[in-house]
Ligand binder design. Sequence first.
Ligand SMILES: NCCCNCCCCCS
Ligand SMILES: [Zn+2]
Length: 697
Amino acid sequence: MASGTALLYDEEMTRYKLLWVDPACKIEVPERLTVSWEALHNAGLSGRCIPLPVRQATEEEILLAHSQEYLEAVKKTPDMSLEELMTFTQQYGDVYFHPNIYHCAKLAVGASLQLVDAVMTGKVRNGLALVRPPGHHSQRSEASGFCVFNNVAIAALYAKKHFKIQRVLIVDWDIHHGQGLQYCFEEDPQVLYFSWHRYEHQRFWPNLRESDFDSVGKGMGAGFNINLPWNKARLMAPYFRGLLEHCDQKCLTWLLASLQVGMDSSDYLSVFFHVLLPVAYEFNPELILVSAGFDSAVGDPEGHMCATPEIFGHLTHLLMSLAGGRLCAVLEGGYNLTSLAQSVCQTVQTLLGDPPSRISGLSSPCESALESIQSVRAAHQQYWVCFKNADVSLWPDPGTKCSRLEGDTQAEEALKEGEMREIVWPEPPSRLAPPIRTGVTLPAGLEDDVLTSCFRVTGIPLTPNQVAKELWHPAVPELKDEKVLQSLGDILSLLKEIEKKEVRNGLAVVPNVSLAATFGVQHALTSLTDRVLLVFLGNEAPVELQEDGRVMLIQLCSTEPVETKSKFYVPICLKKSSSDVAGFLHAVLSLLLPLAYGYDPGMILAVMADCSLVGAVAWAQLIGLLQSFAQGHTLALIQGAEKEIIRVTAASLLGEPASTLGPLGPPLSENVKAVEKERQRLQTHWGLLQTTGEDHP
Ligand SMILES: NCCCNCCCCCS
Ligand SMILES: [Zn+2]
């Protein structure tokens, strides 16, 4: 199994810059790379990565995505005078040339291809290429948006050609639409291109009609191009026009700070749960390429978004469950040197396997984001079974270009002015990983290659009334059983190791999983946290829930649904759940993840009471995803000694990417209905569950 994170960087790529005055291009500076590289160094992250040498792309490689005449034209730029460079630049938009940019553009492509080679040959598991010029705007015969050659497009074509892979997922989280990538792959069903981008009904750069959600791909590529347009800022002008007359700069600044101009982490995560991840799992990619632009982070002069840098640690983690963890991230945009450096560090730290930091204060996506989510799901309903039951009743017409209200520009300039002065955000919290990743307590005789790299914890001897005290119940008869008592001692010692920050997560194999779960929850609440998420796979509910919100129980069962009004008890009843992997996954992505992010637990208990409910691979995927929460503090409890389940659980807790679920069939409609029913019931309490805009149908 491949391991290690590659980091590609060469300071040669800092040796070009804007040589004349051009307001549109002045933000693309060499310091973008140096601050990122220095931040990785100072955080001790680059030292943990595998440094790979950058190389120049060959002409043949560049010609995978660009025309001969374009390459010939760019090849002439190193010998051009300043005037000739300015003239040459005129023919393109929002880009500049420099005598050394051709050299750097070849290095940017070469770095991306080196990364693909290393990941596809198993030399490393994943990695980041810190490059400039960026690539996602450049097209077959055209430079655009600071981009000269399309690094990620060439990487995808190179991967298909040299490694014979047939399904590449490109995730473009840059705040601009990577039209170059869309044009390159819109007819190619082997490359699924996903981009979110500021759009504002075509009023944001690059102002293209084809950046809207109804551009779904063409011909054989229909369904394989997904555009998620952000349209929020258009709503700002009407508010401000009225106020501007009475508003001095200070009040406007306050107004800006209070009215979120851009999208935030709740919007980003909602798009992952309800648009990107369902399609990505159904597509079942063999490689993930990330057009990692960080102008979608707070403070960026282009993006004007509100999502703080730690969100990129989560977005990265969520993608690492796909393609067996084969993930190549390539830098695109990012123009606020502070949030860029922080976001790069958050991304690399997750690639290295450190637990994502907890994100509190998540709420529901804004109305405009919901409208976009609903529109995209509607537009793609015919191509992806995961959207079969999507609610499309309020599908707004694409391209409703809102007329440019007079006074807009004044409002928006004020917006820009006021806003840029005021934006500050907290440093991302440190994500210290305990020295030991996984502690285990197993019955003797369960030797296994994976388990040898776990830390074996010895149980704490317990007397029945010691346990009864923790369980709030007078001694239950089971406590007479020596094995049960010993298993509770095992759990206690694992939790104490986690509490002491010696161990990140743990696995215990126990004879009575319901009692173990109850005991584990109670102990965690007394000594570790005030919120425990219990994910329980089995039919008998392990704990009576108090409605105080200190425990959230998500129970996957196969029997008839129990009626409940509680917002902390989520019974998910799936028929034939072990064969309906798609149904299980639908439950995880559209219910479990949004609930867990909304709840923000300090501890996760993942309990497998009934191994027949899901297969080992689906369970391993779940264990992987659950490590997004509680700084990775996951305690897995398994009943019985099903060797395969134990092995995959330990592997996942150790950070091994779960193997892929393979092509998914359509989910059982009764299972989708059961999940949708719960989602509808809970979405007013837990906003991240929402998927539709105004006037929920
Ligand atoms: N404010 C100037 C409008 C044009 N900006 C071009 C942005 C290119 C981003 C590359 S990621
Ligand atoms: Zn950008």
